[in-house]
Ligand binder design. Sequence first.
Ligand code: 4AD
Ligand code: MG
Length: 459
Amino acid sequence: MKTRIRTLLANGASGRECMVAGWVRSVRASREVAFVTLNDGSDMAGLQVVADQGLANFDSVCRLGTGAALRVHGTLVASPAAGQQWELHATIVEIIGEADDAYPLQKKRHTFEYLRTIAHLRPRTNTLGAVFRLRSRLAQAVHRFFAERDFLYAHTPIITASDCEGAGELFRVTTLDAVAPPLAAGQPDFEQDFFGQKTGLTVSGQLEGELLALAFSDIYTFGPTFRAENSNTPRHAAEFWMIEPEMAFADLADDAELAEEFIRYLCRFALEECADDMAFFDKQIEKGLLERIRQVAEADFVRMDYGDAIERLQRSGTAFSYPVEWGLDLQTEHERYLSEQVVGGPVFILNYPKEIKAFYMRQNSDGRTVAAMDLLVPKVGEIIGGSQREERLDRLTTRMAEMGISQEPLWWYLDSRRWGSCPHAGFGLGFERLVMYLTGMDNIRDVIPFPRTPRHAEF
Ligand code: 4AD
Ligand code: MG
């Protein structure tokens, strides 16, 4: 049985016999001895393997290329050299998969742009390795957070007939013939489609999540989310993962409190349980990252009304590319200014104008705003979007009529306001934005193993 390198190093004991398996990062060979750095993805440092002339295949070991796959049997001994505590003195080196010098990940540093063109190999680099390890641990921490609070983990559908956010960004799902679909009145006849209606990939599990919250009180979803928005930015992906908690008998203040606790929990988790990889990000990706995350883990998040945010932006004297005016949505440049310059940390913007928000948000008594919240953080801008939901049937249907949203296909959603309706609230955290925030990585394409963006779905 192989031992993972991280486990081996954590439980190192001189003289321990073991077997490890992984990929060669580097080889330094002389006539008598070869030093091979082996990495199995369990940590960044890998393990130094020492192979000497006594090995039957010593010459082959000396000629090993970066990227080759090995299985090594040997004895762990304290390393006399600086830079590592242990090294493995090999008794058998099995060469499982060769790699020649056409292997693209030779020693030199590569740009992230280049690495995106070899997404099939980049998980073997230090940076992407650390990012994807952190991503995996964080996903587990998300489940842990909600399990500790007795939230029900709900699976909501990926194929759906409703565009929750109403932004028209649905990817179509169909089995109709693409070239010659059956027509009705000159249009594709979705009556004849697989589901007998127009369907797409979900942009949010919220509407279904609300139904479940009205049965289980507190629920969350964590699943893939799809948006066909053609915005080629470092913060948007066409396929991303979203965490959406929903709480019954809760208002906007409760919602913000949960979001704040959640983000602080994940920051602490990263600092405490992923310390090695976080130290790497601090050193190689963003100087001061650890301090920034530490502050967030301890800070009280500021809450600011949308109206105040607009005033602060207008008074800032900064020339923004997009206009700042009550009634307009905040752009990333505004969001970053507010969190980076005005607050110097995470900030909730509350109570947005109803015209720029979705139909389901609860209408405030001022008649012009809704109980919405966005959490803005330095570097990334919006990381969370959420709201208290409109639980009053008459207000909801009136608003839908104003926005031209047909009631008929949402009859099931409206039913939830008919029987046992109650105040409820929730939010969505973009998982990739969280990973960007915690690693300091600047581009969403570098925090998901196989990014989906306009014109990119090869691997
Ligand atoms: O603000 P959004 O659109 O909110 C919703 O979808 C609500 N239904 C959530 C809820 O209340 N249950 O999206 C929520 C978050 C954003 O704050 C952002 O972090 C992320 O999802 N997000 C994206 N991440 C990557 N690529 C995209 N194209 C994203 N669009 C949204
Ligand atoms: Mg949003």
